[in-house]
Design a protein around this ligand. Structure first.
Ligand SMILES: Cc1cc2nc3c(=O)[nH]c(=O)nc-3n(C[C@H](O)[C@H](O)[C@H](O)COP(=O)(O)OP(=O)(O)OC[C@H]3O[C@@H](n4cnc5c(N)ncnc54)[C@H](O)[C@@H]3O)c2cc1C
Length: 485
């Protein structure tokens, strides 16, 4: 460490660029560290919009609670629990209704429940008999031991067969990443699945071993290769409450309506340029999506700017639609349904919001949330509101048999909404991290790099963002660097 930089009396100036969940929680965490170290400091968070939160915002309209982007996080990430607790919001946590444990796939003209156990799965009609046999063969399929990259589709075909990849993995990937299984990297998107193969020799072997371990340790129920551990959780008022509370406690450091255009270096300092103003900082946390970061750092490091540009994004449109409960042909008890691409329906899937979180709609109403777009369908954002609603009506009629028009609809468009971790993503992130190691005081955090979920953004804020304080000998206490199993 450079001893000259170590100082307890100097005022450390830190800039955070981007006021989504990643930037807000990074600012919160860094301030906590600086205060604990009794270090004079000045923090500034730049947000281009007049409202913080990025994709994580919610609206309360006519008795509905509407999430514009994420609808929850899994309870398995202790650092998210810690942040919620620090914000004094623990009593306002809401976990998903147990009925939301039932998940569905609409395939081959039928809505089919996803079985909860491997045995029930093999007895279900989701796969054809020969496809089921191929799934069983997974147990005997040797593990690939090298660390090469591989698409989710190739991994799925190699271990479980094409039928499983197209019927199960494809919609699951649409549901999480709005992505294409032929392009996304398995180790970058589902590192736990790859670890199951490496550590246990296969997915079934890993599941059986974990079941045994759990029985032995009497641990809590966990996940399976196709369903992560933890319970979907939100806050009273939706996920946007998390960003609005963070924005409220950090309001004195936030500069809204300030779009950063460039980051440069001048005599050991970072210079943040914004609307013709140039401010010097000791450290900078980049918490904007990679395509924005690429623009901002293009003069500082053309090479890393090019690497950042290679991280692609998918356009996403979210349509929330509400119905009178009594007009629906059936009770919707479950989490929602996903739709494989080969089934030819434009929607990626539909969340049965008022079953997942009953408090998010009046009791006499049913609230659904259909997701469109993804890397297969970038044109989705060119549809007008009425065209999108027409598409919702068509897909809801086909998949759920709902033939009435929704009472109310709300449309939220997310241009370049979800990062796509395509082949080579891990190497790109490694290159960015190596660059930051050579330039202490700079880090890149957020959904573009190590995981697209809110939990991962918050983990970045607690474990990666405080690295910008290391040049001053401020070392974050030993919060686990390792994501939970
Ligand atoms: C439709 C949708 C559904 C999702 N569902 C889930 C879910 O259910 N669960 C889950 O865990 N995750 C979900 N996600 C992912 C989750 O929303 C993201 O992980 C998270 O919001 C990313 O936060 P972030 O801070 O990295 O980026 P963002 O939210 O994109 O924030 C970046 C911020 O930077 C600002 N900015 C950009 N450029 C500049 C600039 N030049 N100067 C200053 N400010 C700038 C932006 O205005 C924005 O506020 C979903 C995402 C989408 C789009």
């Amino acid at each position: 460490m450079n001893q000259d930089l170590k100082s307890s009396s100097k005022t450390i100036r830190v800039a955070i660029i981007g006021g989504g969940v990643a930037g807000l929680s990074a600012a919160f965490r860094i301030r906590e560290e600086l205060r604990a170290a009794n270090q004079p400091h000045e923090l500034v968070l730049y947000e281009q919009n007049e409202r913080c939160g990025g994709a994580t915002q919610s609206q309360q309209i006519d008795g509905y609670s509407l999430d514009l982007g994420p609808n929850g996080w899994l309870s398995s990430e202790p650092l998210t629990g810690r942040l919620v607790d620090q914000l004094g919001l623990t009593s306002e946590l809401i976990t998903a209704n147990t009925a939301a444990g039932h998940r569905f796939i609409y395939t081959r003209n039928r809505l089919q429940k996803i079985p909860e156990t491997p045995t029930k799965f093999l007895l279900s009609g989701l796969l054809r008999p020969w496809e089921k046999l191929r799934v069983v063969k997974e147990y005997f399929t040797p593990a690939r031991s090298d660390d090469g990259d591989e698409t989710i589709y190739d991994f799925g075909c190699r271990r479980l067969g094409r039928g499983f990849a197209e019927t199960m993995l494809d919609p699951m990937v649409s549901g999480i990443f709005a992505g294409d299984i032929h392009q996304l990297s398995l180790p970058a998107t589902f590192p736990k699945m790859r670890a199951m193969e490496l550590n246990y020799g296969g997915l079934f072997r890993a599941m059986f071993a974990k079941q045994k371990e759990k029985k032995k340790a009497q641990a809590d129920p966990g996940g399976s290769p196709t369903g992560p551990a933890g319970v979907l959780t939100t806050l009273q008022g939706g996920t946007g409450r998390l960003s609005s509370e963070l924005a409220s406690v950090m309001s004195d450091v936030i500069r809204k309506g300030n779009a950063v255009s460039a980051l440069s270096r001048q005599s050991d300092q970072f210079v943040v340029s914004c609307d013709g103003d140039h401010q010097q900082y000791d450290s900078v946390v980049m918490a904007v999506p990679a395509y924005q970061a690429a623009e901002i750092v293009k003069d500082l490091t053309p090479e890393i700017s090019q690497t950042l540009q290679k991280i692609s994004f998918a356009n996403v449109a979210v349509v929330s639609h509400a119905y009178d409960r009594k007009t629906l042909p059936r009770e919707l008890n479950g989490f929602g349904h996903l739709i494989p691409r080969r089934d030819g329906i434009r929607a990626l899937g539909c969340l049965w919001t008022s079953c997942i979180f009953p408090n998010q709609a009046p009791t006499s109403k049913v609230l659904l949330r259909t997701i469109f777009g993804g890397s297969h369908d970038p044109e989705i954002l060119s549809l007008s509101d009425s065209e999108l609603i027409e598409t919702v009506v068509e897909s809801t009629a086909t998949t759920l048999g709902i033939r009435t028009n929704p009472l109310q609809t709300w449309i939220f468009r997310h241009p370049q909404g979800i990062a796509q971790y395509t082949l080579g993503h891990r190497e790109r992130v490694q290159q960015i991290e190596q660059f930051c190691e050579q330039l202490p005081g700079l880090v890149f955090v957020g959904a573009s790099y190590r995981g697209v979920a809110l939990n991962r953004c918050i983990r970045d804020a607690y474990t990666i963002a405080p690295r910008v304080l290391l040049p001053w000998g401020i070392n974050a206490p030993s919060l686990s660097e390792k994501p939970p199993n």
